[in-house]
Design a protein. Structure first.
Length: 212
C-alpha cells in the first residue's frame, strides 16, 4: 500500500500517518526527516541537499525527489509506505511520476479553514517541558501554567492567527490543486473531518478498503 496524505496544515496528517503506519505496518516517510538523514549519512543526494541548506537556499525539487527515491529503495518500504510532506506542488507530483514513483491511493483530509484556525490558534506548549495543551479541547488546570511541571505555557509562532491564515493561503494556492491532479488519475480518496482522531482514522481505513 503506497499512500500520500494531503490536507491543510493542522488537518491531522501527522497523527493519521502515525496511526495508519502502525495499522498497515508500513513506514511513514517524512520529507524533513529523510533530508536530515541523507545529509547526516553523506549520501550523494544528501551532499547535494547539504550544499543548498548550508547556503540558506530552498532544496530544489529534483534533489528532494532524489532523496525520496533513495529512501524508498530501502527494504522497509518493500510492502508500501506513506509519504508525508511531499508532494506539495503539481511540479513535485509530476517529478515523482517522472521518477517512476507510483501510488495506490491519495487520502485528502477535508477540514474547513475555520476549524483549522480554532484548532491551531488554541494550541499552547510548555516552554520548560514541551507538554501540549489546547485552550478548549485540553486546557491546563490553571490557565497559562503547565500541569506537569508548572512551566509557562506559550503560543508557538506557527500557531499565531496571522501565521495560520498565511499558511492556509499557501496551502490553497500551492498544494490544494494536487486534489484535482490525483482525482484525474482516480487516486483521490476524500475523507471529511469526523470530529475525533479515532473516527477520522476509521473513515480513512474505510476509504482505503475501496481499493484494498
Amino acid at each position: 500500500m503506497k499512500l500520500i496524505l494531503v490536507g491543510a496544515p493542522g488537518a491531522g496528517k501527522g497523527t493519521q500517518a502515525e496511526i495508519i503506519s502502525r495499522k498497515l505496518k508500513i513506514p511513514t516517510i517524512s520529507t524533513g526527516n529523510i533530508l536530515r538523514a541523507a545529509v547526516k549519512n553523506g549520501t550523494p543526494v544528501g551532499l547535494q541537499a547539504k550544499s543548498y541548506m548550508e547556503a540558506g537556499k530552498l532544496v530544489p525539487d529534483e534533489v528532494i525527489i532524489g532523496v525520496i527515491h533513495e529512501r524508498l529503495a530501502e527494504p522497509d518500504c518493500e510492502n508500501g509506505f506513506i509519504l508525508d510532506g511531499v508532494p506539495r506542488t503539481i511540479a513535485q507530483a509530476e517529478a515523482l511520476e517522472e521518477a517512476g514513483i507510483v501510488f495506490d491511493d491519495v487520502i485528502s483530509l477535508e477540514i474547513d479553514d475555520a476549524e483549522i484556525e480554532a484548532r491551531m490558534t488554541g494550541r499552547r506548549t510548555c516552554h520548560a517541558c514541551g507538554a501540549s495543551y489546547h485552550v478548549v479541547n485540553n486546557p491546563p488546570r490553571v490557565e497559562g501554567v503547565c500541569d506537569a511541571c508548572g512551566g509557562v505555557l506559550e503560543q508557538r509562532a506557527d500557531d499565531r492567527p496571522e501565521t495560520v491564515k498565511h499558511r492556509l493561503e499557501v496551502y490553497h494556492t500551492e498544494t490544494e490543486p494536487l486534489k484535482d491532479f490525483y482525482a484525474a488519475r482516480d487516486l483521490l480518496r476524500a475523507v471529511p473531518n469526523a470530529g475525533s482522531i479515532e473516527a477520522t482514522t476509521a473513515a480513512v481505513m474505510a476509504a482505503l478498503e475501496m481499493t484494498v
